[in-house]
Design a protein around this ligand. Structure first.
Ligand code: ADP
Ligand code: ZN
Length: 529
């Protein structure tokens, strides 16, 4: 049954099983290609509607559609939802008892299934592959296909074994789906899954209903947690949201603190028991207006449509990670906010982690490039959406009007002189000190430490008196973000003038930086647009 199926029949399935009147965007083209037996690579943002791209063809082709997914925790929900729509669906993963698994296998062999979800490690056992060879299979869908890529934020070694599908079942269509769109990941998917001949379907990655905002730490006086609280109270009171933190400890602290302030919040991280994690996930899905404070362990595949905001209290790992995490907001298409707060310490921190990384040189180079892109996004004075989509190879012709830099354009200033001062302060003190000490030297604060080190006798001592403390932090943060200053591998937080600083110090280069945005955009203005 590789012949084409009339559109009317395809739409009939969509309507009768899911109750939808029409396809969205490229869904129909994808369905057509796969029903016709072709391979496809689908790059679509979260919430774009990837599931239908393999579910509908699975019903239209003879045999069972086999869906590979790493999200064991969600398989049961997906299968239950399909069954409610009358689809004969089942799953195979480590959570099933041997008896239940045998039942599923029997149903598979006797052709009683439309869709079978399987975890990759289960699918790749000789036993399951044998069973599939003896069954009628309609297609293979590899969901979250970016998991094959070591470059990605979500590498799963089992995914690399999926190359075997092309060898064992060369005549069956393979459909790889992901919301990660960068070139390198795409190339890895094609290579590992042998999709050289696949149709490529790329949807726009723009999520126009998400408002992107980044606020400098300290803008809210009382620390990042209270900045977060102000944001929630002003813009999303009583609404569901996800707050990402880097460490388990800050997850715990933030959740506790929010709860103490009367904002219902649950912690979620890999250090909790599976039961605690499941319960947090269940409650988040079912209750209204709950906030989950989490490490990145939370969220892949979370299908809650009315998450109104995603907040980052720490920098994400990369722009891919940021895009995925913020993409969990507003799947229902209603206005939502991606909010982040960050500061000098975060920048120094991520630069230091990179310097300390023991990865091979070529890997470090890629990571450094990714970090530069992330920091450039944070520090940009132009439309954030343009920068973000540009990173994924997409051009947005006009500024979006729905990000902080569009709503509240930051001023830039010629920072050549102060940047030279900060760089010489680092050099004159031997590239051994952190931002606080350098600021003391620049401001002419003759602290005990400054005097003890004789730094009050340096020519740079006090040259920066015309700017306040905050301005120096702002300048140094941007110098670190832009790579004029780097950090030491030992982790002391020392700021070191890099080779890139040479031309700037010699006056061969002018440097424009953004002014510190001290007041966040007014919430009303931000919400209405
Ligand atoms: P993804 O896997 O790309 O994140 P999903 O497949 O979970 O997205 O779909 C996101 C939401 O959009 C779901 O609630 C789904 O039911 C809905 N949806 C997808 N396609 C359509 C369509 N053609 N018409 C109406 N709703 C759709
Ligand atoms: Zn914009």
């Amino acid at each position: 049954m590789t012949a084409s199926v009339p559109d009317a029949q395809v739409l009939h399935v969509l309507k009768s099983v899911w109750g939808y009147e029409q396809f969205r965007g490229v869904q129909q083209d994808i369905v057509r290609a796969v029903v016709g037996g072709e391979n496809a690579l689908v790059l679509m943002p979260t919430g774009g509607g990837k599931s239908l791209c393999y579910q509908v063809p699975s019903l239209l082709r003879k045999g069972v559609g086999v869906v590979v997914s790493p999200l064991i925790a969600l398989m049961k929900d997906q299968v239950d939802a399909l069954r409610e729509n009358g689809v004969r669906a089942a799953y195979l993963n480590s959570s099933l008892s041997p008896d239940a698994a045998r039942e599923v296998e029997a149903a598979l062999l006797s052709g009683e299934l439309d869709l079978l979800y399987a975890a990759p490690e289960r699918l790749l056992t000789p036993r399951t592959l044998d069973l599939l060879a003896r069954s009628e299979v309609a297609l293979f869908a590899i969901d979250e296909a970016h998991c094959v890529s070591q470059w990605g934020h979500d590498f799963r070694p089992e995914y690399q074994g999926l190359g075997v599908l092309a060898e064992r079942f060369p005549d069956l269509p393979r459909l790889a789906l992901t919301a990660t769109a960068d070139e390198r990941t795409r190339a890895d998917i094609i290579r590992v899954l042998s999709l050289e001949d696949a149709h490529l379907f790329v949807s726009s990655f723009d999520r126009p209903n998400i408002q992107y905002r980044i606020q400098q730490k300290g803008a809210g006086k009382a620390g990042p947690k209270s900045e977060l609280l102000d944001f929630i109270r002003a813009e999303h009171p009583g609404e569901a949201g996800i707050v990402y933190c880097l460490s388990r400890r800050s997850v715990e602290e933030t959740a506790q603190w929010l709860s103490a302030q009367g904002v219902a919040a649950l912690p979620y991280h890999a250090g909790l028991s599976p039961r605690e994690r499941n319960s947090a996930q269940e409650r988040f899905l079912q209750e209204e207006g709950l906030i989950v404070v989490a490490t990145v362990a939370f969220g892949m595949g979370i299908d809650k449509s009315n998450v109104r905001f995603v907040a980052h209290l720490d920098l994400p790992k990369s722009l891919e990670g940021y895009y995925q995490e913020t993409g969990r907001a507003g799947r229902d298409g209603l206005p939502s906010t991606a909010w982040m707060t960050y500061g000098l310490a975060d920048v120094v921190n991520v630069r230091r982690m990179l310097a300390q990384s023991e990865a091979p040189e070529h890997v470090k180079r890629v990571e450094a490039g990714k970090l530069d892109s992330l920091l450039a996004y944070c520090e940009t004075a132009s439309c954030r959406r343009q920068v973000l989509l540009g990173y994924f190879g997409e051009t947005l012709p006009e500024p979006c009007g729905n990000c902080d830099t569009c709503l509240n354009p930051p001023q830039t200033f010629d920072a050549t002189r102060p940047a030279q001062m900060a760089l010489s302060a680092a050099i004159r003190t031997g590239n051994r000190f952190g931002a606080a000490h350098l600021t003391d030297v620049l401001l002419g604060n003759a602290t005990e430490r400054v005097r003890g080190l004789g730094h009050h006798q340096l020519p740079t001592f006090g040259v920066g008196k015309m700017l306040p403390d905050r301005a120096w932090r702002n300048i140094m943060r941007q110098l670190v973000a832009l790579g004029y200053l780097t950090t030491d591998a030992a982790g002391h937080g020392s700021l070191i003038a890099s080779a890139k600083a040479g031309p700037l110090l010699k006056g061969e280069e002018t440097l424009w930086l953004r002014e510190d945005v001290l007041t966040p955009p007014s919430s009303k203005k931000a919400r209405r647009s």
